[in-house]
Design a protein around this ligand. Structure first.
Ligand code: ADP
Ligand code: MG
Length: 351
């Protein structure tokens, strides 16, 4: 346990970085954010902001020297940058985890190695792999790395469709069999440096155009799925020796099979409702774990429904007067763009 509060470095200055910085402030922890976006919303919430490209090692060093411990809001950070930081200061979660979870193929292989089910998948790394795909169709072709919010994904119905696709095979892809979805859920879990675990109840997630639209607790799932999802999230966090908050996204198919979709090594959009539905949010829990503070027992205070606000929709919300059971978060992004996450609103109700 550290005596004085550490200074925390956060890589990335979007809404997740902002919400982490706000949670740190509540705990009297000073934050330094490094971001490649001049207009990064986190400038409104952190104590110090460094504007730099993520591969500018001089700036990275300046950032590293200002803080005691470092975390990040997104997983696709150049590995060389993380390596340089790690020579001087600790990073939580450990960046070696990113190598697995930012690569959809390695991520699924890792999950399967724990005896946990995923969708049926096939790595597509060259032209020869685009034959005999019937077992995987209809499917979704995804870039193997760097995808988010459905970016870099193509729904493929039959073999000819994939042959005619103009995809760049200098890049790796993964073809996943399309699941007939009953619903999607996620489990947010925080693991502390001493191995203690703090876990939220499963959250039900509704997507529109592959982007998260709503998250709801309680999820309408069986006790069996509830327990299994939490058990698997715990197993994954432990096997990764994870420190901090992470999210496991699941599919539930029409036959009530639970499949891991993906692991996010960070706080997650579906966990935003923990800000208002629990005594300790996913953000505060992350800060507590990363900074080696005490774990506080989770206490759910409300049921909740969170809705993402995308693009120009934000303007309408900026004018509304909210009731006491509604919590509006404006990420204060300078520019609204179609499908960009601009804010969210959570409605709570009695348990
Ligand atoms: P991202 O990294 O962009 O979040 P995901 O792999 O989580 O990508 O896909 C986004 C969404 O697209 C999922 O939450 C789900 O709604 C849908 N989707 C993705 N893969 C499949 C699949 N194999 N079967 C059915 N739906 C899928
Ligand atoms: Mg996803």
């Amino acid at each position: 346990m550290v005596n004085a509060m550490p200074n925390l470095g956060i890589i990335g200055g979007g809404q997740l970085g902002s919400l982490l910085a706000s949670a740190a402030r509540k705990l009297n922890i000073k934050t330094v954010v490094i971001t490649d976006d001049k207009d990064a919303p986190a400038k409104n919430f952190c104590d110090d902001l460094i504007f730099a490209q993520y591969d500018d090692l001089t700036k990275i060093k300046e950032f590293t020297n200002k803080v005691d411990v470092i975390t990040f809001e997104f997983e696709n950070i150049p590995f060389e940058t993380l390596k340089q930081i790690l020579k001087i200061k600790p990073i939580f979660p450990n960046p070696s985890i990113n190598k697995i979870v930012q690569n959809r193929i390695l991520e699924k292989q890792f999950v399967n190695s724990l005896g946990i089910k995923t969708t049926l998948f096939k790595p597509i790394t060259n032209k020869e792999h685009i034959v005999n795909l019937d077992d995987y169709l209809p499917g979704i072709l995804k870039t193997n790395t760097m995808g988010y919010d459905g970016k870099g994904q193509y729904v493929i119905k039959d073999q000819s469709e994939i042959e005619n696709l103009n995809i760049n095979l200098n890049q790796e892809y993964i073809l996943e069999k399309k699941i007939d979805l009953e619903k999607e859920i996620s489990v947010i879990i925080t693991r502390f440096q001493n191995g203690e675990i703090s876990m939220y109840e499963p959250i039900e997630n509704l997507h529109v155009d592959q982007i998260l639209n709503k998250s709801i607790i309680p999820a309408k799932i069986t006790k069996d799925i509830f327990d299994k999802a939490q058990y698997q999230a715990k197993l994954i966090a432990e096997k990764l020796n994870y420190v901090g908050t992470m999210c496991v996204e699941y599919f539930i198919d029409k036959k009530n099979n639970l499949l891991v979709n993906e692991i996010a090594p960070r706080v997650h959009n579906s966990g935003h409702l923990t800000l208002n539905a629990y005594n300790i949010s996913q953000f505060e829990n992350h800060i507590r774990a990363v900074c080696d503070l005490e774990k506080i027992k989770l206490n759910k205070t409300y049921n909740a429904e969170m809705k993402n606000i995308l693009g120009f929709e934000i303007e309408k919300y900026r004018k509304i007067k909210f009731s006491n059971d509604e919590f509006f978060y404006d990420y204060l992004k300078v520019e609204a763009k179609e499908k960009r996450k601009m804010g969210h609103i959570t409605r709570v109700n009695k348990i």
